[in-house]
Design a binder for this molecule. Structure first.
Ligand SMILES: [Zn+2]
Length: 133
């Protein structure tokens, strides 16, 4: 079970750049690494192209998961944006959480994008720390 994520500033910037470019459409992607430490940010196309929900393009998602596996990394997190808020996981996010990983939500507020992490299990969302170094 992963209880926190350690990200480099550059990786957080990569996520923000991607979600900002896709806004107002929700954007998504995967975080791969080892031992709670993120090594790689992989963006995945939102098949829904919707401002309020996302479904990862299944081919891109499969390719990304295969790449993570063949690189000897683990899937540590799934990120997606809430271009119009809120900063927390939505009821849909909680219902659809299928992987035992940290769900990172990037929400746009008046001071720009903010990232928060959540562990979702048994339809309960609990905030976990994201450490940026
Ligand atoms: Zn969401």
């Amino acid at each position: 079970m992963i209880r926190s994520l350690v990200l480099k500033r550059k990786q957080l910037d990569e996520m923000i750049e991607h979600v900002d470019r896709c806004a107002p459409i929700e954007a998504c992607g995967l975080l791969a690494g080892r031992d709670s430490r993120v090594d790689c940010v992989i963006t995945v196309r939102n098949r829904e192209q919707s401002p309020v929900r996302f479904v990862m393009d299944p081919i891109e998602q499969l390719n990304a998961l295969e790449w993570i596996d063949s690189s000897g990394l683990e899937l540590l997190g799934i990120f997606h944006s809430h271009p119009a808020g809120p900063e927390t996981a939505s009821p849909t996010d909680i219902q659809q959480a299928a992987y035992p990983v940290i769900h990172v939500i990037l929400a746009k507020g008046k001071d720009g994008w903010r990232a928060r992490g959540f562990w979702i299990e048994h339809e309960i969302s609990e905030e976990v720390p994201l450490y940026v170094e």
